[in-house]
Structures are given as structure tokens and as C-alpha cells.
Ligand binder design. Sequence first.
Ligand code: FNR
Length: 340
Amino acid sequence: MTKTNERLTYDNKVVLAPMVRVGTLPMRLLALDYGADIVYSEELIDWKFMRSVRRVNDVLGTVDFIDKSDGTVVFRTCDKEKDRVVMQLGTCDPQRALEVAKMVENDVAGIDINMGCPKEFSLKGGMGAALLKQPEKAKAILTTLIQNVKIPITCKIRVLPDTDATVNLVIELVSTGISAIAVHGRTKNERPQHQNRNETIKKIAESVSIPVIANGGSREIEKYSDIDKFRKECGCTSVMLARVAQGNCSIFSSRGLKPLDDVIIDYLKYAVDYDNAPSNTKYCVQNMLKELQETPRGKKFLECQTLEQICAIWNMGNYCRQKQLEYQSKGNFGRREVTP
Ligand code: FNR
């Protein structure tokens, strides 16, 4: 892979948020094509990542981290995103975080620590939003990475119920030397239907000098110009989008939303080109189709099991078959399912 020397910066950016299962390589490349400036990977758990081994995949033109025990692709990346992809890590331990960071620091542009995940799996393991209650541990993770890794380190948090407490926490985290902080304006116990606390994000942005990336606005964002509205309301220069991009990734395009079928076709092309696992591809398309899964075509789609079957619904069956034959003729390119 070619090396870039320019360090990633986080101001004036529109960012694809980290999303488990959604933020795999095809979706990240699609977001970049449509206009995203930075793309986050799905959260990758440190101890699972440590079981993987780095492999250059000459057939696909990718760098793969392959699980040593079952051969699944844990993380796949490529040159096209190298200077704009941020790997998000789920961790509660500075040394494990560092070990993973060292494994990927030449392949990604930045590393982000997830400090917002409210799921039981994360909380029980002391990861995600559990770190909001353990600022010393959170700071130790960030400091260890900043001192030993050459790419920028960031974190993504949720707000606390109290605004002043949130601002104080952020000031603490910023003192470690992080390059930016993404803030989801909901507390650990709030769900997507709750109002995002844009005012709190604004207070945070006014209190620190590093870029604050505003997140949590998907409910308020239906078209490209809404991104700017959300950005201004939060007093930030950068915005991070999750659910609205999951539904129609062309939200990043200043030329306006593309019809969903066109987005799916663009997505499937990347899924084929980068041999994305059929189950993951299906999951991502399902999240785009939403209620359209109830239509006759949607029902046919739900029966699909292979990438070729999925592609055929959007008249790309031949494209998929040709590409797979091409890859097979170049040797074993190793398609394996990614475990969720
Ligand atoms: C998420 N979110 C999330 N956050 C995170 O830090 N790491 C992750 O891996 C995930 N995974 C994930 C998966 C899916 C399917 C969704 C919908 C969300 C949370 C996400 O990044 C974001 O903070 C919230 O969705 C709020 O932003 P939006 O959706 O209002 O733009």
C-alpha cells in the first residue's frame, strides 16, 4: 500500500458514523464516493481483533485482518480509503488497545475509542458507555495510544444527563491530547426517539479548542441542506451521520439524494468488487429497503442467500458472476462470513 504523510484533520468534515455490521468496506467506499470526508469502521472489539492476522489480498487489492481461528474477515480495508478511514475500537484496557493500534496504524488514518455504546455486552465488559463513568481509565487508554501511535486518536461519547458534568468530562478527555471528539447528544439510557441534545453539544464545542463532531441528528436530517442546519445548531464545524446514511448513503451528496435503487446498485457493485460476505451485504440492503421488504420484490430479496442472487434482483447477476469467476481464476480469494 502507498503511504500518505498527511495527517487526518477533523474540522469542517462530514463523517460516516461507526455502525456495527453497516460500516464495512462497501458502505465506507460508497459514503466517500457520495461526498463523506471521513468514514468510521464498525466497532471492532480489541480481544477479537487480537486473534486476527494481517494479510495483503492481491486478488481484491485489499488488506485483510483474518481471524486465525475461523478464517473470517474481521476488518478489510484498501488504498482508496486509507487516508480517510478511522478504525473504531471497543476496549477497556490500554495495553490491549495499544496492541490493536500497532497492528493497524499503517493501514488506517485514525483510531477512535468507543465510549458511547449502551449495549449490555459493552457495559458488562467495561467498554463503551461504561468508560464515561471511569474517566481515569478512559484517559489512560487515550494517553497510551497518543504516546505510542503515530496516527490521530479520537473518542466518541454520549452526553451525561447533566450538561456541566458532560462539559467537565470532555475537558478531561481533551487534556490527553486527542485530535477530536464525536458527541452523540443522547444519554446512555436515551433511545433514538428521544430529542438529541444539540444545546449540550454546542456548550461542549464552546468549551474546548479541538474539533467536536456533532452526532445524533439523523431524525432531523432528510436532505443535504439539513446537515448544515444541524451543524450550526450544534455550534460545530463537523457532523457525523449514522441512521440517515444507513438508509440512503447518498445523503452525503451535495447534488441531492439519489433514488434508492441507484444507491443499492452502487452499493452492490462495491460488495461484489470487494467480495463482501453475502450475509453482511443482505443486512445492509435490508436496512436500505426498510418497509419495501414487504413488496413482492422485497420478499424475493429476503429469500436470497448468495451475492449473485441478491445482485440478480437489481439486474447485476451477470456482473457478479463474471467478477467471481475472475477472482476464482486468480486463486483462492477466501470468501468467509463475518460473524456479527
Ligand atoms: C450505531 N451506533 C454505533 N456507535 C458507535 O460508536 N459504534 C458502533 O459500532 C455503532 N453501531 C451502530 C450500529 C447501528 C446499526 C446504528 C443505527 C447505530 C451509533 C451511531 O454511531 C450514532 O451515534 C447514533 O446512531 C446517532 O446518530 P444518528 O443515527 O442520529 O446519525
